[in-house]
Design a protein around this ligand. Structure first.
Ligand SMILES: *Cc1c(COP(=O)(O)O)cnc(C)c1O
Length: 384
């Protein structure tokens, strides 16, 4: 194949990003400096939340949010069967038992009635996912959670808007915290990085402690006498989940381009919809409706399950970095072994998994690239 490979997603790094990182590297602070606070302030503004707390990666962000929610042994958390394992691991790290709600077959977002069926006094947190960048509907999920803390996993959803028009991350309707990832395949990147937004300062405090070994920063909260300027107290078993200043420099320049990135992803999605809607054997992902805005982290089509493997292999052979998002989390060996989950637990998730293929979508893709994917797909469906 002479044409260059197209990944399913990738970052966009411009000269202004490189200049900002270089300037940070020449400055006095490589970590725990002013750019961390600046990035948090800018992110909170973009997300429409009171607070943003940034982390070394999105998984750390979810872990911290579950900690702030109080997840501990004996508790349960519920997340979507169709997500990256981190959406469930975050509760397991704290000794809670992850349980899995099925997805709505139309949106592949977690199904509120399936969440309600898992509600119990032991339920500590519900972790819905904006799958592929399509925002959840907050109010029914918060109702289904029955008092458990709702932590939105918006690793796919930075730059998206709910049907109300409010930005994902603004924590409306009783959402407690919203977690983001800045991995290079996501809406913006800091290399590795993540964040949680919240309107509750108590959650933000707990997460900032957790990010820095569990050390309390507020001297007025010390449990023993303050013995001097060197003295500090560790109140929780936290981690070192800090992000560096030069990563936050990148985050700040990337954040300025977020709207353009999401706009570009929406344009590519519109080209795909135009070009693929006439192909019988292809089902397109749900579009955003009303005032909602999709972030299109993924463009996940469905093909007949019997043809999926053949189509996937043919697209890969054509240099297209297609992927399948995701194996239902409970089918991973650690989940089967540890909690006894069996395949088939969530029928909609299973059916989706058998037929899904994520095709390339990222800013910088051209209409010709979309045409190349479409032709490859048509050929693959014919030959499979
Ligand atoms: C990427 C991702 C994460 C984890 O983010 P990292 O920054 O890679 O740790 C969590 N949940 C979902 C759904 C993701 O796609």
């Amino acid at each position: 194949m002479s044409e260059p490979p197209l990944p399913y997603s990738r970052q966009v790094i411009d000269d202004d990003d490189i200049a900002a990182v270089s300037a940070a590297l020449r400055g006095d602070f490589l970590t725990t400096g002013p750019l961390v606070d600046e990035f948090e302030t800018a992110l909170a503004a973009v997300a429409g939340a009171r607070e943003a707390v940034v982390f070394a990666n999105g998984t750390a962000a979810l872990h911290a949010a579950c900690f702030a929610a109080g997840a501990s042994p004996g508790d349960e958390i519920v997340t979507s069967a169709i997500s990256f394992a981190a959406s469930a691991n975050c509760g397991a790290y704290l000794g809670a038992t992850p349980r899995f709600a099925d997805v709505d077959p139309a949106t592949i977002n977690i199904d509120a009635s399936s969440v309600a069926a898992l509600a119990s006094p032991r339920l500590r947190a519900v972790v819905p996912v904006d799958f592929g960048g399509l925002p959840i509907d907050p109010a029914p999920l918060v109702a289904a959670a029955g008092g458990a803390t709702v932590i939105e996993d918006a690793a796919h959803g930075l730059g998206a808007r709910y049907a109300s028009g409010a930005p994902v991350g603004s924590c409306p309707d009783g959402i407690a915290m919203t977690a983001f990832s800045f991995h290079p395949v996501k809406s913006i990147t800091t290399g590795e990085g993540g964040a949680v937004t919240t309107n509750d300062p108590a959650f933000a405090d707990a997460m900032r402690r957790f990010r820095h070994h569990g050390i309390e920063r507020d001297r007025s909260k010390y449990e023993s006498d303050d013995e001097g300027p060197w003295y500090h107290e560790m109140h929780d078993l936290g981690f070192n989940y800090r992000i560096t200043d030069f990563q936050c420099a990148l985050g700040l320049t990337q954040l300025k381009k977020l709207d353009g990135f999401v706009e570009a992803r929406n344009e590519i999605a519109a080209w795909y919809r135009d070009r693929l809607s006439g192909i019988d054997e292809v089902s397109l992902p749900a579009a955003a409706t009303g005032d909602a805005r999709h972030a299109y982290h993924l463009f996940a089509i469905r093909v007949p399950a019997a043809k999926r493997r053949g189509v996937f292999d043919a697209l890969r052979a054509d240099g297209l970095g297609v992927q399948v998002h995701y194996l239902p989390i409970y089918r991973h060996p650690w989940y089967r072994r540890t909690f006894g989950y069996e395949p088939g637990l969530c029928p909609n998730a299973e059916a989706y998994y058998e037929s899904a293929i994520s095709i390339p979508v990222y800013p910088g893709m051209t209409k010709d690239d979309v045409e190349r994917v479409a032709r490859s797909l048509e050929r693959a469906l014919r030959d499979s």
